[in-house]
Design a protein around this ligand. Structure first.
Ligand code: GLC
Length: 558
């Protein structure tokens, strides 16, 4: 099969930089800590620009660095147009942006439009203002049910567990209205029917674009619009949510993936296009695959994540179906495809692929069981993760990588409860362990305080075994995961070609495809050795065996 979206390399000018970019996600509080307070910061990122450059990535995406009390790792924003004082200043931000740009790296920042934090000026004003006031209209306040209004307006659950409504105390001290929060209670949902909310986000997009930000990652892009017509349905009447093929296709859910949300992004696109080159955007939209194109259209955000590979097993048939479908979809929408195996919300893929078969492919069972490293075949997981990543780098479209995956880092599954930070853990006791295990600060050196992350104790505990994954333990070490990523991303930069692939072989054991310029990628998902095609083996994710490709290995041939 041949997937094409008619975009030739000639079109890949400056305006299209994102179409096949390698984008490295930084979780700022866990990347590098310059001031030794245990929390990563902006100056830490700036100090590591040479490292980022050595990876041959095209862009970094920063998870939120805005002022926040960290009820949800920074996805609870107090002020959208500032830097968290714990992380630095706007001047530090400008310095970082300049350093990244000087290194040829674009800068993408996270925008969190569905909810602010409960410490945002507007929310404080809403609490201090009476029912029905303009200040309350920026959020979603409702009277409670029951005689005294002491029952929530509906029985909906928040994504992190527990009720999706929180009751406030009115300024006069009496129990009052309730507000909607589809995430933690510290994350009140905005009312996107309110023009003030819309205008303020346009201001935010311009604020960062004017500071030289090249693109935006839009947090829960599918949640902003809500149908809250009364009576609110009970949770048992809500359409069942889901993503991928299990998702809804008709926009009928009261708060996920409603059609009206695209009016917002059409307005945003006008702002993005005020700039030269136009600002890029990628939607985090957990929606049915058939509805993803709406977010990714050129009149909308331009690109949308697909989390299909991230949710798949290391399995040739699953990979092939996903790749084929997503390339066709991207071609139809005018976007380029996106690929991702790891991010700050999921168990690292080097660990996922090493979990016992049947142990739950997303690893939640393993975490609930205590997340012991002993239960993971880390070697197998890493071998597969390297093969999968090398395959991803050869695919048409953009590759999103998450800090630490270039080190082959494993998930820290066994963080003690008293050290956990994720609201998913606190709001869902015994059901969810949360996402802290992929957010543990990076090991830069095998020795030294916090493994070189910073002078202070890292804000999440780093296990002893981090030493083996440290940057300095892998730097210039042939065959290390760090050198594999560096080499692969450098080759990729030179090999990029039209956004097409042709399958040469795609069966249960092998995925072999070729790009228009003759760049071939072969992955062995089976157990035997696989004969490689004639040509030069540029790179392989593990050693070859007598010139043949061993199990769980990818090679590129030109
Ligand atoms: C997104 C983020 C996640 C956050 C949630 C609420 O899914 O990736 O980390 O908790 O939105 O903002």
């Amino acid at each position: 099969m041949n997937s094409s979206n008619d975009v030739s390399l000639d079109d890949c000018n400056e305006a299209n930089w994102w179409r096949q970019a390698a984008v490295y996600q930084i979780y700022p509080r866990s990347f590098a800590d310059a001031n030794g307070d245990g929390l990563g910061d902006i100056k830490g990122i700036t100090s590591r620009v040479p490292y980022l450059k050595s990876l041959s990535i095209d862009a970094v995406w920063l998870s939120p660095f805005y002022p926040s009390s960290l009820a949800d790792g920074g996805y609870d924003v107090d002020d959208y147009r500032n830097v968290d004082p714990k992380l630095g200043t706007l001047a530090d931000f400008d310095e970082m942006a300049t350093a990244l740009h000087a290194a040829g790296i674009k800068l993408v920042v996270d925008i969190v439009p569905n909810h602010s934090s409960d410490r945002h000026e507007w929310f404080k004003e809403a609490l201090a203002s009476p029912k029905g006031s303009a200040a309350r209209e920026r959020y979603i306040f409702r009277d409670g049910l029951g005689e005294n209004g002491d029952l929530p307006p509906s029985d909906w659950d928040s994504k992190f567990g527990g009720p999706a409504w929180e009751r406030i105390t009115e300024p006069d001290g009496t129990p009052g209205q309730w507000y909607l929060h589809i995430f933690a209670k510290e994350q009140p949902d905005f009312n996107w029917d309110n023009p003030e909310v819309r205008d303020d986000f346009l201001k935010t997009l311009r604020f960062w674009s004017d500071r030289g930000v090249d693109g935006f990652r839009i947090d829960v892009a599918h949640a902003l619009m809500k149908d809250l017509s009364e009576p609110l349905p009970s949770k048992t009447e809500l359409p069942v949510e889901g993503t991928g093929v299990d998702g809804l296709v008709d926009g009928s859910h009261p708060f996920w993936d409603r059609d009206e949300v695209h009016e917002i992004y059409a307005d945003w696109r006008k702002v993005f296009n005020e700039y030269t080159p136009p600002r890029a955007a990628v939607a985090e939209a957990w929606v049915h695959a058939d509805r993803r194109a709406r977010y990714a259209s050129p009149q909308g955000l331009g690109q949308a994540f697909n989390f299909d590979l991230l949710q798949a097993d290391f399995d040739a048939a699953q990979f092939r179906t996903i790749i084929t479908k997503n390339l066709a979809e991207a071609a139809a929408s005018g976007a380029s495809s996106t690929w991702v195996f790891s991010n700050h919300d999921v168990i690292r893929h080097a660990t996922r692929y090493g979990l016992p078969a049947g142990g739950g492919r997303h690893g939640q069972e393993w975490l609930l069981d205590g997340g012991s490293p002993a239960a993971v075949d880390a070697e197998l997981g890493l071998r597969r993760a390297r093969a999968a990543s090398l395959l991803m780098f050869a695919l048409p479209g953009s590759a999103y990588l998450y800090q630490g995956e270039e080190l082959g880092l494993q998930e820290v599954g066994d963080i003690v409860d008293s050290e956990r930070q994720d609201p998913a853990f606190f709001r869902n006791p015994g059901i969810e362990v949360g996402r802290d295990g992929c957010r543990v600060p990076l090991p830069w050196t095998a020795e030294g305080s916090a493994f070189g992350f910073g002078a202070g104790r890292a804000h999440l505990p780093q296990p002893e075994w981090f030493a083996g994954y440290a940057v300095d333990a892998q730097n210039n070490v042939p065959g290390s995961t760090l050198e594999l990523y560096r080499e692969a991303l450098l080759y990729r930069r030179h090999l990029l070609t039209e956004e097409q692939l042709t399958w040469v072989r795609a069966d249960d054991a092998v995925l072999h495809f070729v790009r228009p310029n003759g760049w071939q990628s072969v992955t062995n998902f089976g157990s035997g050795l696989v004969e490689l095609p004639v040509g030069i083996v540029l790179i392989s994710s593990g050693p070859l065996d007598g010139g043949k490709l061993p199990a769980n290995t990818t090679a590129w041939i030109v």
